[in-house]
Design a protein around this ligand. Structure first.
Ligand code: GTP
Ligand code: MG
Length: 335
């Protein structure tokens, strides 16, 4: 497949939809999965082309029905171990699942990636499970752009679930909330740092809070703190689930599965759920708009008078003022 660098979009589409098989492959599904993996490699190396590829893939015009579940939390909280168990439950119901493990750290560390391999190895041979580690490699637009594109591509294959594991608490978690239909935050008992964050309101982002490793320490204090700090102000809004769990013993797993399902039903049927999905869509469109016009605006900025740029650099002209002028220029040019 020659999609690395020179993008043959129509071929990529055929490979992803199974209309064409990869050379030497006879199994349609496995060929599609391999094509997906190659396409993600391409996205990682050429994130700026992602939008172009995505908007050109006709299959994307058909509805993408995969449910996207974000799993986030600090390093070592047990995200991969828990994901492994969730994948097992999904497979018991004969549903398919793609796992995208996003490592925002240096591609050289490889720590989390290795962890994913070990933690999820029981599923590597299962054709109904696609597991892929992704590194952001300092990509322009960050983890979010590549991940978002990878989710869309996996959606073309029609996975029932797409699980996105990301390390973080705070900023990157904000990103995952925008990408996922349901976000799980995996915490550890007795983590003073996390309790501090919670008090600062940083944690009011997830839909399901999981205090993992409760086989090692009592989760009681953390659970109480979570109940106190995550209750919504609006009684109509989704009340986040707070669950004590252990990926070592399987405790709490059924509650996690149940909460994922309840949250899905809430988003699909409750008026507030509609609001949340609408806000997510608006944000996604805004981001997409940004990506669409970015090349034109970069060109405009490079064409701007040197003295105008210098004024912004020196702080004598607000960037916002120049941006206003450039956008007027842009609008005149399209008229
Ligand atoms: N005792 C106990 N150990 C656990 C539990 N969950 C995970 N672990 C262990 O904690 C370590 C980290 O687990 P991972 O699942 O790799 O955690 P992670 O959040 O995916 O880690 P990163 O991807 O590196 O951020 C591993 O040694 C696991 O075996 C648990 O519930 N109980
Ligand atoms: Mg992990």
């Amino acid at each position: 497949m020659k999609i690395i660098r020179s993008v043959d979009i129509s071929q990529l589409t055929k490979l992803l939809t199974g209309e064409e098989l990869l050379e030497g492959m006879s199994d349609g599904w496995r060929s599609r999965v391999r094509a997906l993996s190659k396409a993600i490699t391409f996205l990682e190396s050429e994130p700026l082309l992602a939008m172009e590829v995505l908007s050109a893939i006709p299959a994307l015009k058909s509805p993408v029905t995969s449910r996207v579940i974000g799993v986030t939390g600090l390093p070592g909280a047990g995200k991969s171990s828990l994901t492994n168990l969730i994948v097992r439950e999904i497979r018991k119901k004969q549903k398919t699942v793609a796992v995208l493990a996003v490592d925002p750290s240096s591609p050289l560390s490889g720590g989390a990636v290795l962890g994913d391999r070990v933690r999820m190895q029981e599923h590597f041979k299962d054709a109904g499970v696609f597991i892929r580690s992704m590194s952001s490699r300092g990509a322009l637009g960050g983890v979010a752009r590549t991940t978002r594109s990878a989710i869309r591509l996996a959606g073309v294959l029609g996975f029932d679930y797409i699980i996105v594991e990301t390390v973080g608490i705070g900023q990157s978690e904000g990103e995952i909330v925008e990408l996922a239909d349901t976000t799980l935050l995996v915490l550890m008992p007795n983590s003073g740092d996390e309790i501090q964050l919670m008090k600062a309101g940083v944690l009011q982002l997830a839909d399901v809070y999981i205090v993992n490793k409760c086989d090692l320490a009592s989760p009681a204090r953390m659970i109480n703190e979570l109940h106190e700090n995550t209750a919504p102000d609006n009684p109509d809004a989704w009340t986040p689930a707070v669950i004590a769990a252990s990926s070592a013993t399987g405790e709490g797993l059924q509650d996690v599965m149940h909460s994922i399902e309840s949250h899905h039903v809430f988003e699909k049927t409750h008026p507030k759920g509609y609001e949340v999905r609408k806000q997510r869509a608006v944000k996604e469109i805004l981001r997409a708009l940004h990506h669409v016009v970015e090349p034109d605006f970069l060109a405009l900025i490079s064409e701007a008078e040197q003295n105008q740029l210098d004024e912004v650099i020196e702080g004598t002209r607000p960037a916002l003022a120049l941006a206003g002028e450039l956008s007027k220029k842009f609008l005149r040019s399209v008229k």
